[in-house]
Design a binder for this molecule. Structure first.
Ligand code: CTP
Length: 449
């Protein structure tokens, strides 16, 4: 009996896939199909796969061509599978020519001509193309624009900016305007990355125009405004997403799950530091202190791990001339049974690490923890220590955009409640972040040094 094996993602199964499977089967007597797991796809840089692994496996089975379906979970698995199942022929489409020649050592490798004119990528694009406008003037927008090229189903249509000095030529070659209303008239959604003092007004206008919004955290400068926006998004049936790329890094998300699963016991203390020497946007006139630049990012793990029911927040800030720009701030948060410390700086440099101490062990995330692909769980007995690595592409930005699009699609399909599961940042966390920012802006329990 001749055994044949082939692999693929098989997202939104199409006739190109079916033809490939039929021809693969015809090469022998028994066909094994390896379907890539979601995690493996992520490490391959294939993102925005629309269907779950279960759905993709079910679709492959439903073709009736495969004799056996397996899951591909790790790099190098193909060699293991070929040996394990005694495979005679490995085959894939001609888009992979040359790529798998190394398998010739184990079995025969056959590249089958790819069916012209169809791919999952195209189908994902056709499914629903969401037109997005970018709002702001930060260099970060250039990065966002680049990252969006990796995400199917989104097209950046235009930019609204008051100052284009930091924006790339590529970005400025799009439709550029200084009028938010003009931009809003051309798009389905906007991404806002301006100074937090503009967020409320910009988001309100977008939501009133019925546009979905993703806004860099904090959503607003006061908790009341933040609540108002949440209600407005609901009334207008719009997605409103608090944007913090860290929440979409796989390592960070897995770390939260391990903590919830009790790996370090009860969490007693968290220390988060975020600093940079570069101060945001000298161009826009207003300066960003360390709180608007880093506060939301540094507060994220604290509220996500310890919750938002803190008893006390005290801030110490070193400011320039007036009190409007903090070069460095330290936030001490007390909970009934835990404490947390945040240190943020723009114009001060320190080790940007995250340490989470528990009753059984602690988690150490090295600098820069907010865009990490690695962390360690450490115990009293070092032999029990564990290291965790996860692929991180594009600092988490592209994964965050995939979530934004998935939420918009869930709304479009009338499944708004599903979007809460897609959003990695709970509303209570967004509100708590806004509350601490408000306290800082109003100088309540802030000691200036
Ligand atoms: N395939 C094919 N003809 C097509 C599309 C895919 O023969 N038009 C083959 C691929 O070469 C591969 C298998 O089908 O051997 C599974 O491919 P997969 O990567 O899942 O599908 P694509 O449509 O190529 O997906 P994407 O657009 O995400 O790359």
């Amino acid at each position: 009996m001749i055994k044949v094996i082939t692999y693929g993602t098989y997202d939104l199964l199409h006739h190109g896939h079916v033809r490939l499977l039929e021809r693969a089967k015809a090469l022998g007597d028994y066909l094994i199909v390896g379907v890539t797991s979601d995690d493996f796809d992520k490490t391959r840089g294939k993102i925005n796969v629309q269907q779950s692994l279960e759905e993709r496996v079910a679709a492959v089975r439903a073709t009736g061509v495969a004799d056996k379906v397996i899951i591909e979970e790790y790099e190098g698995q193909k060699i293991d599978d070929i040996r394990k199942y005694g495979v005679d022929i490995f085959t894939v489409g001609s888009d992979w020519i040359g790529h798998f020649d190394y398998l010739n050592e184990y079995c025969k490798v056959v590249y089958l001509p790819r069916t012209e004119g169809i791919s999952s990528t195209e189908l994902r694009d056709q499914k629903r193309l969401i037109k997005v406008g970018l709002v702001g003037y930060e260099k970060y927008l250039n990065k966002v624009y680049k990252e969006c090229q990796f995400v199917n189903g989104v097209r950046i249509n235009g930019v609204c900016t008051q100052n284009s000095r930091e924006l790339s030529e590529e970005l400025l070659s799009l439709d550029t305007t200084d009028s938010l209303d003009e931009l809003l008239s051309k798009v389905d959604a906007v991404y806002i990355h301006s100074h937090p003092k503009y967020h409320y007004d910009e988001m309100k206008r977008a939501l009133q125009a019925g546009k979905h919004v993703m806004c860099e955290s904090p959503l607003a400068e006061t908790e009341r405004e933040c609540r108002e926006l949440i209600a407005m998004a609901q009334e207008n049936n719009c997605v409103m997403m608090d944007s913090l790329r860290t929440a979409y890094s796989t390592a960070y998300a897995r770390m939260l799950l391990l903590i919830k699963g009790g790996k370090i016991g009860e969490v007693v203390s968290i220390d988060a530091t975020c600093t940079s020497l570069r101060t945001n946007s000298a161009v826009s006139g207003e300066k960003w202190g360390s709180m608007p630049a880093w506060g939301p990012t540094a507060l994220l793990p604290i509220f996500q791990i310890l919750g938002t029911g803190y008893s006390d927040v005290k801030i110490t800030s070193r400011c320039e001339n007036d009190r409007s720009v903090d070069v460095f701030s330290k936030i001490d948060i007390t909970y009934p049974k835990a404490v947390a410390t945040v240190k943020v700086g723009t114009g001060v440099k320190s080790e940007g690490e995250l340490v989470i101490a528990g009753t059984q062990g602690y988690i150490y995330v090295p600098a820069p923890w907010w865009k990490t692909d690695y962390f360690e769980i450490r115990y009293e007995n070092p032999e029990e220590n564990r290291r965790y690595f996860y692929q991180l592409d594009g600092e988490g930005i592209r994964y965050e955009w995939v979530s934004f699009l998935k939420m918009i699609n869930a709304f479009a399909e009338g499944k708004a409640e599903e979007s809460a599961y897609i959003d990695n940042i709970d509303r209570s966390v967004s509100l708590a972040i806004a509350r601490v920012m408000e306290q800082f802006n109003n100088g309540i329990d802030v000691k200036y040094i």
